[in-house]
Design a protein around this ligand. Structure first.
Ligand code: SIN
Length: 281
């Protein structure tokens, strides 16, 4: 699709693009939204610079792509429950999202994507990395792909938020404590087909995917460890160095991401809105 309204410049070899020419605080015409959607499908994560959005404008932009997600384990902002404030204070040890994962992939219908808006960033550090899961699948051998097709993987929030999880309520500004509402599992294909592009991709999600269906964690570990290493190989990634006002919009159906925790002693505040998706197949 030829872009008429926005400029799309690739950001890294594997994925990512800088999008210019769109003011996300505005009620953008349908054809501009269609171009942004196409840029997302083509590049998997798209970046916008120097945006000034109120929470209402952030939500309104996200609603152009679907209905909005309410996180089942993390409380949203008081007046805007669909916005998660991803905050790390100078004294906090833990950051939110500091391991490779896809967002809430344990839902029956995991998100289409998330739109992250940088409010306050450290002087250096706090970058986010993404990884292209089409490439992670396509770069496997024919034999491996054939073996993986048709396998089912168990997703669960239990390791991060469940009864045995670490209590981060004191060491983190994103407050979570072990709770039984996270003690559930869902089943999804290990190789999923993107509902819009039709391309296949790898669908593992770090600690949210502890085992394969009908196998123990021990039995699953060698394969899942290999697949997470494959999923996050450096040539499949891109990295964004944030400035306040930047926005990243990623496709959660074909990417993983990782928020680096390398800025102790500084504050970082982001607003995340997540758009609902559909059942993986
Ligand atoms: C997340 O995992 O959604 C947080 C990403 C970030 O803060 O960079």
């Amino acid at each position: 699709m030829k872009q008429q309204h926005i400029t799309v410049t690739p950001w890294a070899g594997a994925m990512g693009a800088l999008v210019e020419g769109a003011d996300l605080s505005q009620d953008l015409p349908d054809d501009v939204i269609a171009e942004i959607r196409q840029a997302l499908l083509d590049h998997l994560v798209i970046f916008f610079r120097r945006q000034e959005m109120t929470p209402e404008q952030h939500l309104a932009f996200a609603r152009r792509f679907g209905t909005l997600n309410l996180h089942d384990q993390v409380k949203g902002m008081e007046d805007h429950p669909e916005i998660i404030e991803v905050r790390k204070e100078p004294q906090d040890e833990r950051n939110f999202g500091g391991a490779w994962h896809g967002d809430v992939t344990y839902m029956e219908e995991p998100p289409l994507g998330s739109i992250l808006y940088a409010k306050e960033v450290p002087p250096v550090g706090g970058d986010t990395l993404w990884a292209n899961q089409y490439l992670a699948y396509e770069e496997l051998s024919d034999g491996m792909r054939a073996m993986l097709d048709g396998l089912t993987v168990i997703h669960t929030p239990a390791k991060i938020y469940g009864l045995q999880s670490q209590d981060w309520s004191k060491d983190s500004s994103v407050k979570t404590s072990p709770n039984e509402t996270a003690e559930y599992e869902t089943e999804h294909p290990l190789i999923r087909t993107h509902p819009e592009t039709g391309r296949k991709c790898l669908a593992v999600s770090g600690l949210f995917t502890p085992r394969l269906k009908d196998m123990t964690e021990e039995e699953s570990a060698p394969l899942l460890d290999f697949l997470m290493a494959q999923a996050t190989r450096e040539p499949f990634t891109c990295r964004w160095r944030w400035e306040a006002g930047d926005v990243a919009f990623w496709d959660n159906r074909c990417t993983l991401h990782y928020a680096l925790n390398d800025y102790h002693g500084h504050r970082r505040v982001m607003h995340r809105v997540t758009i609902n998706g559909d059942k993986p197949y």
